[in-house]
Design a protein around this ligand. Structure first.
Ligand SMILES: [Zn+2]
Length: 295
């Protein structure tokens, strides 16, 4: 089976993106894996520090490894938004395939200095681990926000992207290009959509020359995601859309069986609701429209 770096390279050449979906329980993991099997494309599952604390860092590594081996399927594991080297080392030791080392809240020079140290330290423990660095401001919290934060001052420039990549040695860069963590209520209801700065993505790609990740993909207009991938995005993160589907599915399961106490009888609508969202996003990231057109 292909390694994650080889699959990213292949995605880059064919102008598609690998979907990254956050999980924090078995319902989400089952749903993401089922969707990837259905669409027949590689997939990344990610857990932030909070999500890892809940599931268990070594435990989720064992779960994902068992799926990869038993089904001979390209499912990979990412340590999402990791803010300290200690937490990063924990994930490296557990065998995570990649890590998002996120010190974007620090001043740029400090972010560069500590990210460079982390790249060295993490690769000395786990040489095959891909390290992603973060620049700019895309807000925090994959949740439903009441109002939109002002992120206009935190947009990344091609110059700082190049400087960051050259000085840190990261394999992957996550820039701020109009994307935002979480969703507004109006986005959940489909009344508004996020829009991306496509020209900025293309300029950053050219300057930085590494794989690019788009965080906060939930609620983004389909057309903007297609254009972002064509402009050089290789990984797209979706979390909040899954959390919304998880909750709706769970509520449906409970409403359908008001007196039931057996989890595996209550939870299937939650698995189905999340699976549908993931499958539809995977189709989009893998250029289904192009395939359908026979291009
Ligand atoms: Zn993120």
């Amino acid at each position: 089976m292909n390694s994650l770096p080889a699959l990213l390279q292949k995605a880059q050449e064919t102008r598609v993106a690998i979907g990254h979906f956050n999980i924090s329980d078995m319902v989400l993991l089952k749903a993401v894996f089922a969707a990837a099997q259905e669409v027949k494309v590689p997939v990344l599952v990610g857990l932030s520090e909070g999500e890892r604390d809940f599931v268990g860092t070594r435990q989720v590594a064992a779960l994902v490894k068992s799926l990869r081996e038993e089904f001979d399927f390209p499912i990979f594991l990412n340590a999402d938004h990791t803010h300290s080297l200690a937490k990063g080392m924990e994930a490296a030791k557990a065998g995570f395939d990649s890590i998002v080392f996120d010190l974007s809240a620090l001043p740029f020079e400090e972010n560069v200095r500590q990210t460079r140290q982390a790249v060295e330290a993490l690769k000395s423990i786990h040489p095959g681990m891909l390290v992603e660095g973060e620049i700019g401001d895309i807000g925090t919290g994959s949740e439903i926000h009441d109002k939109s934060p002002d992120l206009s001052k935190g947009l990344s420039t091609p110059q700082e992207a190049k400087q960051f990549v050259d000085s840190t040695g990261v394999d992957i860069l996550a820039p701020a290009v109009g994307n935002m963590h979480g969703m507004l209520k109006s986005m959940v209801h489909g009344e508004t959509r996020k829009h991306l700065d496509i020209e900025r993505i293309a300029a950053i790609k050219q300057a930085a020359g590494v794989f690019l990740t788009l965080h906060g993909g939930s609620g983004t207009a389909d057309e903007d995601l297609r254009k972002a991938i064509a402009a050089g995005i290789n990984i797209v993160h979706i979390n909040t859309e899954l959390r919304v589907a998880w909750r709706h599915g769970l509520e449906q399961g409970l409403a359908k069986h008001p007196d039931e106490v057996v989890p595996y009888k209550i939870l299937p609508p939650a698995v189905d609701a999340v699976r549908e969202v993931v499958a539809s996003r995977l189709r989009l990231f893998n250029g289904e429209r192009t395939a359908a057109q026979g291009a």
